[in-house]
Design a binder for this molecule. Structure first.
Ligand code: AMP
Length: 249
């Protein structure tokens, strides 16, 4: 089974994101960037399936500027066999990413596509679902457990009510939840070995996909500062404040 894993480069989750003074976006210069956290789970799961002889090849793919290659390199260091970097500058929206991934799927013919459930920069939670629609493949989103069966996957999904288990036919798209596994760290020897693994670079424009943003970003601003809380003496006071001051009941 061949698995394609989509990995996105985002601002590291430990960084306190700052809005640019002119409100045109967030500061990314000299800011630590990392792989989108659930994408690490997606790679980890693919590597585990390969170690269990259920997968034969893992291809890591990213869409983004030149530096996005670092994300592919990291995936190669933890066990992916080959990387693909689709080069595009500027903001790229989920629809354009999913159209690009559709082209890569048609070229590489994987049996499975693993992705993160959501990117922590745009919080869109759209790319996997859109790719599934474009390919007309089944999707299993928010996966916290994956069991490979004959031409099928049994996937446990994290849903609002708790857990839901579904079966999907392969080929399929799976978007991975943080609870799926514990991503491993790349060892130094594997980081060195990853430098020799191939990364194919393709310009998005050569794939014939229109990557122009469809959403116009008008202004980015900091959320309002939270006022400090107060302690109430008893339930009666709490109810009175909720009713008369917060006016929420
Ligand atoms: P989103 O729909 O933006 O929340 O992203 C969901 C998932 O789609 C991410 O966790 C990635 O696996 C994948 N993805 C989104 N954007 C990119 C990108 N630029 N390059 C590679 N994968 C991406």
């Amino acid at each position: 089974m061949k698995i394609l894993v989509a990995v996105k480069r985002v601002i590291d989750y430990n960084v306190q994101v700052r809005v640019k003074e002119d409100g045109t976006g967030v500061v990314t210069d000299n800011v630590k960037m990392s792989t989108n956290p659930p994408d690490d789970n997606a790679i980890e799961e693919a590597v585990k399936l390969k170690e269990a002889s259920k997968a034969t090849e893992i291809i890591a793919v990213t869409v983004g500027e030149e530096k996005a290659q670092e994300t592919v390199r990291k995936a190669l260091a933890v066990g992916a066999d080959k990387g693909i970097h689709i080069k595009v500058d500027g903001i790229i929206e989920p629809l354009a990413v999913s159209k690009i991934l559709q082209k890569i799927v048609e070229k590489e013919k994987p049996d499975l596509v693993f992705m993160g459930k959501q990117a922590i920069d745009d919080d869109c939670n759209q790319t996997g679902q859109m790719l599934s629609a474009l390919l007309n493949w089944p999707q299993a989103t928010f996966a916290s457990k994956i069991i490979v069966k004959e031409n099928k996957l049994e996937v446990t999904r994290e849903v609002d009510e708790g857990l839901e288990t579904i079966e999907v036919n392969v080929p399929a798209i799976v978007t991975c939840d943080l609870r799926l596994n514990e991503p491993r760290y790349a060892s130094l020897p594997n980081i060195m070995k990853a430098k020799k693994k191939p990364i194919e670079q393709i310009n998005a424009s050569d794939l014939g996909v229109d990557t122009k943003p469809r959403i116009q970003q008008i202004k980015v601003e900091e959320p309002p500062k939270r006022k400090s809380g107060i302690k109430v003496a008893n339930v009666a006071e709490l109810v009175q404040k909720l009713k008369n001051e917060a006016k929420v009941i």
